[in-house]
Design a protein around this ligand. Structure first.
Ligand code: RP5
Length: 166
């Protein structure tokens, strides 16, 4: 299978959020794979995976983690490919810890950081599509189609009082 996007999350507990990323990539027909690998629990396997994924054709990594886990930053340290970070909504600090661990990367190794939780998960997929659309016209078409559908869905609501009754 052709592979363009790798979605790496630190724990199985991140899947509820990160399935939104995978669903969106699948909707846009972008070949992807998802893995649970952790910067602190499986550091060697993560290292090996990143090298292997690059060789298998990955062009964008999406890294998701909660707390101070720093997964996206570690991936970014190991590859020159674009790394998009999705902060998980942690229990203790509602994801502020996750957000800061990604968005406050010191100068030199960037992680493009998205919103906490499901909005970020969806937008990371859409942003990955925008990156790939620079090179592959078919993903530019997928994105156009998605936006058109989204617009039509909102405009179809009309009067929200009627829509709420449906
Ligand atoms: C991080 O720690 C994971 O990304 C997850 O968001 C968080 C908690 O992990 P679990 O204790 O639920 O496995 O590494």
């Amino acid at each position: 299978m052709e592979l363009l996007v790798s979605v790496v999350m630190g724990s199985q507990s991140d899947w509820d959020t990160m399935q939104e990323t995978v669903w969106m990539l699948e909707k846009l027909e972008i070949p992807c794979e998802a893995r649970v690998l952790s910067a602190h629990r499986t550091p060697d396997a993560l290292d090996e995976y990143i090298r292997d994924a690059e060789q298998r054709g990955v062009e964008v990594f999406i890294g998701a983690a909660g707390g101070a886990a720093h997964l996206a930053g570690v991936i970014a340290a190991k590859t020159q490919l674009p790394v998009l970070g999705v902060p998980m909504e942690s229990k203790a600090l509602s994801g502020i810890d996750s957000l800061l661990s990604m968005v406050q990367m010191p100068g030199g190794i960037p992680v493009a950081t998205f919103a906490i939780g499901k909005a970020g998960a969806i937008n990371a997929a859409l942003f990955a599509a925008s990156v790939l659309a620079l090179k592959y016209e078919k993903y530019a078409d997928s994105l156009r189609g998605h936006r058109k559908q989204q617009t039509q869905k909102v405009l179809a609501i009309g009067d929200p009082r009627q829509a709420a009754k449906k």
